[in-house]
Design a protein around this ligand. Structure first.
Ligand SMILES: Nc1nc2c(ncn2[C@@H]2O[C@H](COP(=O)(O)OP(=O)(O)OP(=O)(O)O)[C@@H](O)[C@H]2O)c(=O)[nH]1
Ligand SMILES: [Mg+2]
Length: 297
């Protein structure tokens, strides 16, 4: 008789910008979660499913962990991460920078160590530092008593296969949660919106990408024609709308091109993309807007 099937959820948690989404993509061998060099890129619990003979690993990417919310949007992101680690996960994968832990990091991450679930420490971005620095970083997280420590580079792929095997080993016996071969629990339209957000992070700094919410108004499959995707980018203020449109629409054309490249690469087929910009005043503080944009858990 073959061994029992293993299946479970692994929550990737850590500070903003530690490389959780990049590591999720590396573990999956597929780009599912958007990545940027700016903190607070991920705004959802993103499920990525990987399976093999006798196992299924359900990875949950989460928003970067903050102690304190500056606005109701951040409050919801904190709740999402907490729920993914506390309620959903069988294994917690803590992703950190290759630098010594600060006391406030140890204090913050203690909550994940105390969940009574195996905690794996992934010291990421090891391509940036030498072995002694990576080892010193790993050792500084000793107080969290991780079940395993892996030095990895999501960017180069170093150490990712070992980490993946370790995770699979730790999964509990269970039948698969999702149909084999299913990659996520979301529709293509969600990922299309995420690709527009990634393009915003590439083209703008600080205020603009964080002030944008992306909504797919229409996703129309047309026999014999390319799919038509109509997107609204909501901003908080009229001045931000002006920036996104640019002189004679030059900026919005640039954003459309950058978004289209990403969406087509993700879907593996050409599509037609139309973008509009609308103002939804102070949406990050507006409970109703947060609900409509899918940020309320
Ligand atoms: N050099 C190097 N850079 C990396 C590595 N992994 C991620 N990065 C970079 O780190 C930045 C942040 O990566 P993300 O994956 O978006 O980080 P995150 O933890 O998901 O960030 P939030 O979603 O904002 O919490 C990006 O510029 C990545 O390209 C790595 O292994 N090596
Ligand atoms: Mg992320």
């Amino acid at each position: 008789m073959s061994a029992a099937h293993k299946s479970g959820f692994i929550a990737l948690v850590g500070r903003p910008n530690a490389g959780k989404s990049a590591l999720l993509n590396a573990l999956l061998g597929q780009k599912l979660s958007i990545v940027s060099c700016q903190p607070q890129t991920t705004r959802h619990r993103i499920l990525g499913i990987l399976d093999g003979e006798g196992w299924q690993a359900c990875f949950l990417d989460t928003p970067g962990w903050l102690e304190k919310a500056d606005d109701p949007l951040q409050g919801n992101l904190i709740k999402m991460t907490r729920a993914a680690a506390r309620d959903d996960a069988d294994v917690v994968l803590l992703v950190v920078e290759p630098a010594p832990a600060r006391p406030e990091d140890l204090a913050a991450f203690q909550r994940f160590a105390e969940l009574g679930k195996p905690l794996i420490l992934a010291v990421n971005k090891c391509d940036r530092v030498g072995v002694p620095a990576a080892e010193a970083a790993a050792a500084s997280y000793g107080p969290l008593a991780p079940a395993a420590i892996h030095q990895v580079s999501a960017l180069k792929g170093t150490g990712v296969a070992d980490l993946r095997s370790r995770i699979i080993n730790l999964l509990p016996e269970s039948p698969p949660y999702y149909e084999k071969g299913q990659a996520s629990d979301r529709w293509e339209r969600f990922f299309a919106a995420e690709m527009v957000r990634e393009a915003l992070f590439e083209l703008y700094r600080e205020e603009i990408p964080h002030a944008c919410a992306v909504d797919i108004e229409r996703y129309k499959e047309r026999p014999g024609l390319k799919d038509l995707i109509q997107v609204v980018v909501y901003v908080e203020r009229p001045s931000q709308k002006g920036i996104l449109l640019g002189a004679h629409g030059s900026a919005i054309r640039r954003l459309t091109q950058a978004s289209l490249r990403r969406i087509e690469a993700f879907l593996g087929r050409p599509v037609e993309l139309e973008l509009w910009v609308k103002v939804r005043k102070d949406w990050r503080k507006d409970r109703q807007a947060l609900k409509e944009f899918g940020y309320v858990v």
